[in-house]
Design a protein around this ligand. Sequence first.
Ligand SMILES: [Zn+2]
Length: 101
Amino acid sequence: MLHFSCDFCGKDLLPGGAARFVVKMEAFAAADPAELTDADTDPDAVEEMARLLRAQEEAGDDPNPTLAHKKLRFDLCSGCYEKFLADPLGREKVEFDFSEN
Ligand SMILES: [Zn+2]
């Protein structure tokens, strides 16, 4: 049986129980068009770039994994979903109690 729990607070989200909300996010480095040079728009260069990118994706060794293209998916309970919508970037984590040294 599929079991879901809230990715934020850990509450069980049982089928027929608490409502479950799904948040999907996609994060990736934006290419800045201003940085394109004539060489970048040369069809051969674009094709070569695409080939390199495909090769890199297939090899799976991103030189900077922390900046890799990421697709994220979260299952949230209604309460956390509401909090997420109110503050999607978590800029106001006031409810967290960070322990002070
Ligand atoms: Zn929750």
